[in-house]
Design a protein around this ligand. Structure first.
Ligand SMILES: [Zn+2]
Length: 315
């Protein structure tokens, strides 16, 4: 929908009106009035083109809090936020929350609880409280014991040792191949640029182009081909695929001849295989370590069910 632009004065009138209305109605602390106010505010925002955005706010409460106490604790927090942010109605804070719906939902992880809340909370509606399962150390002493036992176990575990060795080796092979590719491209680029020729021929569109129109980026290759993200071992935008060999300025195809092209495809596919080996070993190692950690953690942790509370508030 396209709206006619309002003059700055009119927008200012609208904004003041909204502010005054928010102030006087939030004093009533009456939810029916509040609901009507929100309808009026919505219409006014539209009329005066004052953007009233929204943001999500979160808070948590420990496991020990009983279901029947959640509402009071959240509303205490709301009162504190009102002192801090005032009654303007668009602070994007807990000050804008009018009520809390306490559910008996329990999620298997904090992420799942958060996903549910993100989907469910609505602007101007009640905050929602859910619980999630969380392993927590029974004491500081338990945590220290867990760390010690885990370190000892990982140091001794034959299968973890073996996997670590395989992973380190594969990673070194991959890094070497990346750096070799940089060198290979630099050499290939010099060949394509034919030092003694004044013109280059394109194998694709058959153009003959003066060399000054061909970009030679060879000095960047080694550097670019070594850049990849450490988490996924994937090349980033500056990586392999960005560091192209000289292209034809007419058809933009590579100036490699068919033999060079075929050879380059093989180099790249070998490199990708090496990369995939690193990624899969890293994953396997991570899973193995996590299993070990979970097993040991069982002895030293209790299951808790803390609260996660969220609301979508105007700002
Ligand atoms: Zn061409």
């Amino acid at each position: 929908m396209k709206m006619k632009q309002l003059s700055p004065e009119k927008v200012k009138i609208g904004r003041d009106l909204l502010k005054r209305l928010s102030l006087c109605v939030s004093k009533h602390r009456n939810y029916i009035v509040l609901r009507d106010q929100k309808m009026i505010l919505k219409n006014l925002s539209k009329k005066y083109q004052v953007t009233a955005g929204a943001t999500d706010v979160y808070m948590s409460l420990p496991s020990s809090v009983k279901s029947s106490d959640v509402k009071k604790l959240v509303m205490d927090h709301v009162e504190d936020a009102k002192h801090e942010h005032g009654h303007g109605g668009y602070s994007g804070s807990w000050a804008e929350v009018g009520s809390v719906k306490v559910t008996d939902l329990v999620f298997d992880s904090k992420q799942e609880a958060q996903d549910y809340l993100d989907k469910t909370i609505q602007k101007y509606e009640a905050a929602i409280a859910v619980r999630y399962k969380k392993k927590a150390f029974a004491s500081k002493d338990h945590e220290t014991k867990y760390k010690g036992e885990l370190e000892a176990k990982i140091g001794k575990d034959a299968s973890i040792k073996k996997l670590t060795g395989q992973f380190e080796k594969a990673e070194a092979v991959y890094k070497k191949a990346l750096s070799d590719l940089g060198q290979h491209k630099t050499d290939l680029s010099s060949k394509i640029m034919k030092p003694d020729a004044s013109h280059l021929s394109c194998h694709n569109c058959k153009s003959k182009v003066a060399k000054q129109y061909v970009k030679n980026l060879s000095r960047h290759y080694a550097e670019y081909d070594n850049s990849y993200s450490n988490d996924t071992y994937a090349w980033d935008s500056k990586g392999l695929h960005a560091s192209k060999l000289p292209n034809c300025p007419v058809c933009n195809d590579s100036l490699m001849n068919p033999v060079q092209k075929k050879a380059m495809e093989k180099v790249v596919s070998d490199l990708e295989k090496k990369r995939d080996a690193v990624v899969s070993l890293k994953k396997e190692l991570g899973t193995k370590k996590k299993e070990t950690s979970d097993q040991i953690a069982k002895k030293f942790t209790n299951e808790e069910m803390p609260w996660l509370i969220a609301a979508c508030v105007p700002e």
